[in-house]
Design a protein around this ligand. Structure first.
Ligand code: GAR
Length: 225
């Protein structure tokens, strides 16, 4: 029988190809609005082919933990202060991430530095609410960022999604989204405008990775000479 005219050929043509799910671990330290946005978009179908398989929080008492629990997601707490050395903390994180098969680690307001071991290099994403390399690094979080932007007189800000390395807010940039800084902006109004850009950009990048595969990320990594 000709496979192209077989009775089920039409059904096969109209059925979208089955994609492997992108299994994501989300690292949080605080409010969890980034996590909540991803959960909402996965649930309502705007973010397709992505499954959150693990949440790891560096703090036990934050709203992000409640959000993860409320969504029924596997949750681990790994606190920096429980480990004297950065390497031990990093090992504990990797252990928590590795409890279930995972393709990608997504830092969502995770404010601890950690050492990313070779198997995970190029597979850890971060979002930062500024146009890196400006206004990033240790101490640049929350209102500090937007205060610094306003003080600088910059006329634009925005957010950056990048591959993480072992430094704060550092690594190859995947995408940025700009927003204007308005004359009468306050920290609150600028936070809200950048936050809106974050809520759009992170899911867009995750959708691209879900569609193209994690190998797409390799094109952003320069070979070490
Ligand atoms: C977000 O604005 C994220 O970009 C930022 O922390 C916030 C987390 O909010 N990340 C950084 O500053 C990383 N240096 P959330 O805890 O409500 O998701």
């Amino acid at each position: 029988m000709n496979p192209e005219t077989a009775p089920d050929a039409e059904a096969r043509r109209s059925t979208p190809p089955v994609r492997a799910l992108l299994r994501v671990a989300v690292l949080i330290s605080g409010g969890g609005s980034t996590l909540a946005n991803l959960i909402e978009r996965i649930c309502d179908g705007r973010l397709r082919g992505v499954r959150i398989v693990q949440v790891v929080s560096s703090r036990p008492d934050v709203r992000g933990v409640e959000i993860a629990r409320g969504a029924g997601l596997p949750l681990a707490i790994v606190q920096r202060r429980d480990f004297a050395a950065l390497d031990a903390f990093s090992d504990a994180l990797v252990h928590a991430i590795g409890q279930t098969p995972t393709d990608l680690v997504v830092m969502a307001g995770f404010l601890c530095r950690w050492r990313i071991p070779p198997p995970w290099r190029g597979r850890v994403l971060n979002i930062h609410p500024a146009l890196l390399p400006a206004f990033g690094g240790q101490g640049m979080f929350g209102h500090h960022i937007h205060e610094a932007v306003l003080r600088s007189g910059a006329t634009r800000s925005g957010c950056t999604v990048h591959l993480a390395d072992d430094e704060y807010d550092h690594g190859p940039i995947l995408a940025q989204r700009e927003v204007p800084v308005l004359k009468d902006d306050t920290v609150e109004t600028l936070t809200a405008r950048v936050g809106q850009a974050e809520r759009e950009l992170y899911p867009e990048i995750l959708q691209t990775i879900a569609d193209r595969g994690t190998a797409w990320l390799d094109s952003f990594i320069r070979p070490v000479k």
